[in-house]
Write a new protein. Structure first.
Length: 232
C-alpha cells in the first residue's frame, strides 16, 4: 500500500529512532511559531470537520500516480474517517479505540488498538490536539510552488526524527485553516492531500466512525503482537 496515511495512523509512535532530521539552520522563527499557534487555535474551536479531498502520491523515481479522491470526516473526541471513493474504494476509520483499514478489492481489513497519544501531530491537529511548536522545527516558506494568493506555507520538521516521514508542508489561510498537506518521506516520495468544500461544526452521523467487517473478508491484527487472522 502506497498510502502514507496508513503508516501515520497505525504507527504506535513517531518518536522512535529514525533517520536524522534535516539541517535545522533558520528554523524556529517567531512568525512560524505564531502560525502554528494560529493553526492549532483554529482547530481547537471546532467540534466536527468534513471535506472532500484529493490525494496525489508521487514516487521519487516514477512520478505521480493516479490521483485518489474521497471524503474525510473528523469528530471530537478522537474519531476520524477517510473514505476513498475514486479510483477504488478504501476506508480508514478511527473509532476512538481502534483504527481500521479496509480495502474491499482485497477482501481484507486490518486493525489495531490505538491511543490518542500514539497519533502523530500531523493527524492530531485536526482534533485541535498535539503541540506543533513543541513537536516540530517550523519555518515559513516564501518561495514554495504551493500556496498562492491569500495562503501561506509552513514547513515542519520533527524534532524527534520519525522513521516514516522527513518533513511536512501545510498550506494554510490567515485564519489557520489547512487547505493542503504535503508529506515527504525519507525516500524522497511525496504525499499531497488537497482539501476542498470544508464544512465545520456540522452534524456527522456516528455511523461513519463505526466499522463492522463484512462477511467473508479476512481480518488481520496489525498490532505489536501477532494475532490469528479471522474470517467473518
Amino acid at each position: 500500500m502506497n498510502n502514507l496515511i496508513f503508516f501515520l495512523l497505525i504507527s504506535p509512535t513517531l518518536a522512535a529512532p529514525g533517520k536524522g532530521a534535516e539541517n535545522l539552520k533558520g528554523y524556529d522563527l517567531p512568525d512560524a511559531q505564531i502560525s502554528c499557534i494560529r493553526i492549532q487555535g483554529y482547530y481547537n474551536k471546532i467540534k466536527t470537520f468534513q471535506a472532500a479531498f484529493k490525494q496525489i502520491f508521487t514516487k521519487r523515481f516514477h512520478g505521480a500516480q493516479k490521483p485518489e479522491s474521497g471524503m474525510v470526516y473528523v469528530q471530537k473526541p478522537g474519531k476520524m474517517a477517510w473514505e476513498y471513493l475514486k479510483p477504488e474504494k478504501k476506508f480508514f476509520i478511527v473509532d476512538g479505540k481502534k483504527v481500521w483499514i479496509y480495502e474491499p478489492s482485497q477482501k481484507q481489513a486490518m486493525w489495531r488498538h490505538i491511543k490518542d497519544s500514539a497519533l502523530p501531530a500531523p493527524v492530531k491537529f485536526l482534533w485541535g490536539k498535539g503541540d506543533l511548536v513543541g513537536t516540530f522545527h517550523v519555518k515559513l516558506i516564501t518561495n514554495s510552488k504551493h500556496g498562492g494568493k491569500g495562503k501561506a506555507v509552513l514547513k515542519l520538521v520533527p524534532k524527534s526524527a520519525s522513521p516514516h516521514y522527513r518533513s511536512v508542508l501545510f498550506v494554510f489561510t490567515p485564519q489557520g485553516a489547512v487547505l493542503e498537506s504535503i508529506v515527504y518521506d525519507h525516500g524522497g516520495n511525496k504525499n499531497h492531500i488537497i482539501f476542498s468544500g470544508i464544512k465545520l461544526n456540522t452534524v456527522i452521523s456516528g455511523k461513519r466512525f463505526v466499522f463492522t467487517p463484512p462477511k467473508g473478508i479476512q481480518v488481520l491484527y496489525a498490532g505489536d503482537k501477532a494475532a490469528p487472522a479471522k474470517k467473518k
